[in-house]
Design a protein around this ligand. Structure first.
Ligand code: ZN
Ligand code: ZN
Length: 199
């Protein structure tokens, strides 16, 4: 199972939609990723070995949709500061999983990065990017169909019968962090805030 780190830089914001509790943006980003190593796990999940790799960074300049939320709004909605990274990460995975509903993509055409404090936005940020140089239209479609996309994502996570997250809702087979951390309940709050239409 490969482990990687990803971050993104906002190169230019082309479109902005101010919503009641979040700001959504579409624009140009540079995603930088580096495979840092891999872990060997037993089918039970137990880690039996870690191997560091020294590979060069890879950068992709593409287009992305991202949304930001004020940390005070997250706190007021019941997401403790310690749970914010897992809530954003789980929302990111679930949103990527539901993107094919509004764009003719599949999970492997797009990627995501989430962070509790993004250096460019200064805020907790969830970002989903086209996996092709220059962009392929998936992220812009997601920006245009944001309510439908995020609404379906919220419904899928809420409607999933698992207790703390599973591959049908918030776990991703391509996660570079081994699906850690993930907070399913927090993800529902993050998605609800993105959909909120009033105060
Ligand atoms: Zn589930
Ligand atoms: Zn992940």
């Amino acid at each position: 199972m490969a482990q990687s780190v990803s971050r993104f830089d906002v190169l230019g914001t082309e479109r902005v939609h101010e919503r009641a509790r979040v700001r959504t943006c579409f624009g140009s980003v540079r995603v930088t990723g580096q495979v840092t190593g891999f872990v060997r796990r037993l089918p039970s999940g137990e880690v039996i070995g870690r191997h560091a790799l020294d590979l060069p960074e890879r950068a992709l300049t593409t287009r992305a949709v991202w949304w930001t939320v004020d940390p005070d709004v997250l706190t007021a909605a019941g997401v403790a500061a310690a749970d914010v990274p897992g809530a954003l990460h789980a929302a990111e995975h679930a949103a990527i999983g539901m993107l094919p509903l509004v764009a003719t993509s599949d999970r492997w055409d797009v990627g995501g990065v989430s962070t509790a404090l993004h250096p460019d936005t200064g805020l907790p940020t969830v970002m989903v990017f086209d996996g092709y140089p220059g962009g392929a239209g998936f992220a812009e479609r997601a920006f245009d169909a944001f309510e439908e996309w995020v609404g379906a994502t919220r419904d899928a996570v809420l409607g999933c019968g698992c207790a703390t997250g599973c591959p049908a809702c918030v776990q991703s087979p391509k996660c570079g962090n081994g699906n850690e951390p993930l907070d399913k309940a927090g993800a529902v709050v993050v998605l609800e805030l993105a959909l909120a239409t009033a105060g």
